[in-house]
Design a protein around this ligand. Structure first.
Ligand code: PNS
Length: 160
């Protein structure tokens, strides 16, 4: 059984994340999408809210597990018997940070491979912080996030 971890902040999950996840499940028997707890970030959505939104967004995929973790990603991957970490690569601007993480993770645990997947071109300019900003300022994010996330954003920013 080939298991991959798809880690991130997912604050909130976007259609770009879902695009990557859907590609990953064609390659692995099971994908664990997991929120990394990070005390230095101040997320818009609580961990529980983010988990709920992900659960709702991925519920049709039976081979996907939704989870969160604390500590090193490579330790978590080992605990989950995963052999791969999936990350999305949208543009060259992502590359430096992603390569640094991938190489550091490989140094920490050579048994876990990082697999980069490219989303559909329509998501290359999309990320969670832009979605939060557009939504906060009253813009339309319908094309960028699942319906359940749109509703949660509206609630956060008190749109009627
Ligand atoms: O969605 P993000 O914020 O780009 O995801 C970053 C994430 C969660 C993948 C990264 O911060 C991470 O792996 N955190 C867990 C702690 C860890 O293992 N740090 C060392 C990475 S080299």
């Amino acid at each position: 059984m080939k298991i991959a971890i798809y880690p991130g902040s997912f604050d909130p999950i976007t259609n770009g994340h879902l695009d990557i996840l859907e590609r990953a499940i064609t390659l692995f028997d099971k994908v664990v999408i997991t929120i990394a707890r990070n005390s230095s970030k101040n997320p818009l959505f609580t961990e529980e809210e983010r988990l709920q939104l992900i659960r709702e967004a991925v519920k049709k995929h039976k081979q996907v597990e939704v989870d969160s973790f604390e500590g090193l990603l490579v330790d978590y991957a080992r605990k989950k018997n995963a052999t791969a970490v999936v990350r999305g690569l949208r543009a060259i601007s992502d590359f430096e940070y992603e390569m640094q993480m991938a190489l550091m993770n490989r140094k920490l645990n050579p048994d876990v491979q990082t697999v980069f997947l490219m989303p559909n071109e329509r998501y290359t300019y999309l990320n969670s912080s832009i979605v939060r900003e557009i939504s906060r300022l009253g813009g339309d994010v319908n094309d960028f996030v699942p319906k359940v996330v749109k509703q949660a954003l509206d609630k956060k920013f008190k749109v009627k």
